[in-house]
Design a protein around this ligand. Structure first.
Ligand code: MN
Length: 272
């Protein structure tokens, strides 16, 4: 049962420990309506426990009806408490990123509810054009925003792994949550930074365009990131909206959707 009537999805997922790390601290959660990636951090196996805890708690969202922002915020707050409770080495807390989409609907209109905390990423490909929808919560993103470094320089910057928001941090989680209306033939990519620190967005877009099958696309992206160095754990989830029975423009978003719904043109065209 999917989270929105009339939307037919196909998806694929792949993860790899990479070429350098001994553990895979990434986890993914894939259900008919939840497509999330968590990249854990912390000493010993704390990162693994953190990302596993996050996907376990977030999996509770799948059992409900249409999911709203408050539902996701509540579940993230619960997951945050569970991650905070993980025993770690002194001075090294456990934490995890969370990024991805929840398929839901607002007033009968199918929506991707995009969720992000940290530097895993959610992208949307529409008509062959790939755009990063999430905004990284990282030190290098802040430097890019301030005009101090370019996006290309951020990929190799020594502080590129420092996240400014995560589940399990000292502060209460401040997730980014917003709706993007689902369109037929949308392709969503959710990935950990182990993909995006090895491959440029241009390369990722090329592979997504050349690989129609979602599972094959996920496998190929992981293989390319590994071949490019595989310095971190690599996780990729690809989701295709293969059919949408809704008439285009059918239904108007209600008041509660207005302020949170990004105009389609902005979501697709925003150059970051
Ligand atoms: Mn990572």
């Amino acid at each position: 049962m999917s989270g929105a009537e009339g939307v037919v999805l196909a998806w694929g997922a792949a993860t790899h420990r990479g070429a350098r790390r001994t553990l895979n601290e990434d986890r993914y959660l894939v259900t008919p309506s939840l497509f999330l990636v968590a990249d854990g951090m912390g000493g010993h196996d704390a990162g693994e426990v953190a990302s596993t805890t996050a996907v376990d708690v977030l999996g509770g969202l799948g059992a409900r009806g249409p999911v709203g922002r408050d539902d996701v915020a509540q579940v993230l707050a619960a997951a945050h408490e569970r991650v905070r409770a993980i025993a770690t080495q002194p001075g090294r807390g456990a934490g995890t990123t969370v990024s991805g989409v929840v398929l839901t609907e607002v007033d009968g209109v199918p929506q991707w509810l995009v969720v992000n905390l940290g530097d895993s990423r959610t992208y949307l490909m529409t008509r062959g054009r790939l755009e990063q929808v999430s905004v990284d919560h990282s030190e290098v993103q802040e430097m890019v925003d301030a005009g101090m470094i370019t996006r290309a320089e951020a990929m190799t910057h020594p502080r590129r792994h420092v996240v400014t928001r995560a589940l399990g941090s000292l502060d209460a989680p401040q997730p980014d949550l917003w709706f993007v209306p689902v369109e037929s033939h949308d392709r969503v990519l959710v990935c950990s930074d182990g993909l995006t620190s090895e491959l440029t967005d241009e390369r990722v877009a090329h592979v997504l365009r050349e690989t129609p099958d979602a599972q094959a696309a996920a496998d190929r992206l992981v293989a390319e990131a590994l071949a490019a160095g595989g310095r971190d754990n690599i996780t990729v989830v690809v989701v295709d909206a293969v059919a949408l029975s809704q008439a285009p423009g059918g239904g108007l978003p209600g008041d509660d959707a207005d302020e949170d719904t990004r105009p389609r043109a902005a979501a697709v065209g925003a150059g970051r």
